[in-house]
Design a protein around this ligand. Structure first.
Ligand SMILES: Cc1cc2nc3c(=O)[nH]c(=O)nc-3n(C[C@H](O)[C@H](O)[C@H](O)COP(=O)(O)O)c2cc1C
Length: 382
């Protein structure tokens, strides 16, 4: 046990993590209809306080930026007060918590934002149907320069609310096909002004938002998440390595707390179009290649087992690892790892986005499982 490097503390900017196991951002839509975090959410996040850091679900900074109903958002006073309860409870248990903020861009449908047009860098709709509304995606409205500035200001207000709620850090969601990613990648950004075309131009929006977050939280408490080879929702970039080379060099200048990078997931269903270069060729030896481009702290993500995480941290390829599925099914992942207890390896997605307390509060801890096996009354973890 002593040689488990994942259990050692690490300093990421101003954040002192007691271990290197991080809860990945996970949208579970358990807030109320006004996007106000619920008591269920207080319990859910608090249960994970023993992780080195919790990154929250994606939280919208404006009504127009919503994609999922009932996520915990951060653009009203009531939402901020709701998050405050989550943060205070996590802090009482000795945890650290970082709010992920985002804008859904073209991934939302008009019906989700009261008939308004979704927005994007360019008026290109995602092919296919939105799996949440079962409607074809709408052609998004191309943001004007003035509107881009307004979105940046929304991020500033969201960050101020996050600070007031007491979050330890803030993360910009720059991954997985949403607005920031749409600006970064050349398949979704066809602009000819200063926000499109060259790589520095495509990165301008992301860096402007990051600078705003730094102005509110201080660089040592700011993070950003990228998925450079991600293909969800029609995303594709012709040269993600060049893109990341520029982005990471810009982030090194800013000295932020950490960058969380999501690698290509071989099980992703939105992949392998015949006219596209495969992700493994675009960025071979993913984390090692990106490590060479960045002096700052990296949190690695996507389909990483505890064994692989040990190796990645041991060899200093990343400073920490975030876990999505494993943290859903093992709220007590840290204790399981400390004690060599077996993991709950379920991948059942039925209750990811529905079901109230199901798979949100009733996931058995290892100690509950043991009691059940021994015929004792099962204690539901809360
Ligand atoms: C139910 C669910 C919700 C997710 N929500 C978010 C989110 O809000 N923000 C985000 O950046 N990624 C989100 N992701 C992606 C995860 O953070 C993570 O990248 C993914 O699960 C791969 O990591 P893993 O293999 O450790 O699960 C979500 C994934 C799942 C399964």
């Amino acid at each position: 046990m002593d040689n488990k490097i994942l259990l050692s503390p690490v300093q990421l900017g101003d954040l002192h993590l007691k271990n290197r196991l991080v809860v990945a951002p996970l949208t579970r839509v358990r807030a109320d209809d006004k996007g106000i975090p619920t008591d269920m959410m207080v319990k859910h996040y608090t249960l994970r306080s023993q992780f080195g850091l919790i990154i929250t679900e994606a939280s919208s900074t404006s009504h127009n930026s919503k994609t999922f109903g009932n996520s915990g958002n951060i653009y009203t006073e009531e939402q901020m007060q709701g998050w405050k309860k989550v943060v205070e409870s996590v802090h009482q248990q000795g945890g650290l918590i970082c709010l992920q903020i985002w804008h859904g861009g073209r991934t939302t449908n008009k019906v989700q934002i009261e008939g308004r047009d979704p927005v994007a860098p360019s008026p290109i709709a995602i092919n296919g149907q939105n799996r949440y509304t079962n409607l074809p995606y709408d052609v998004p409205h191309e943001l004007t320069i003035q509107e881009i500035k307004e979105v940046v200001e929304e991020f500033r207000k969201g960050a101020i609310n996050a600070k007031n709620a007491g979050f330890d850090a803030i993360q910009l969601h720059g991954a997985n096909s949403y607005l920031v990613d749409e600006f970064l990648k050349d398949s979704s950004n066809k602009r000819t002004d200063e926000y499109g075309g060259s790589i520095p131009n495509r990165c301008r929006f992301a860096l402007e938002v990051i600078d705003v977050l730094i102005s509110v939280f201080g660089a040592g408490r700011v993070s950003v998440r990228f998925s450079p080879t991600g293909r969800t929702n029609d995303m594709y970039d012709s040269n993600p390595l060049e893109l990341m080379t520029y982005l990471l060099s810009e982030l090194d200048k800013r000295n932020i707390a950490f960058v969380e990078i999501k690698r290509y997931n071989p099980f992703d269903i939105h992949i392998n179009k015949s006219d596209q270069i495969s992700p493994e060729i675009q960025i071979p030896d993913f984390f090692k290649t990106l490590r060479k481009l960045y002096k700052g702290n990296i949190i690695g993500n996507d389909s990483i087992t505890l064994t692989e995480a040990e190796t990645l941290v041991q060899e200093k390829t990343v400073e920490a690892v975030s876990f999505g599925m494993l943290s859903i099914f093992n709220p007590d992942l840290v204790q399981r790892y400390v004690n060599d207890w077996p993991l709950n390896q379920s991948t059942d997605r039925t209750y990811f986005y529905v079901g109230g307390e199901k798979l949100y509060l009733d996931v058995p801890l290892y100690t509950d499982e043991k009691k059940a096996e021994n015929g004792e009354n099962q204690v539901i973890s809360q």
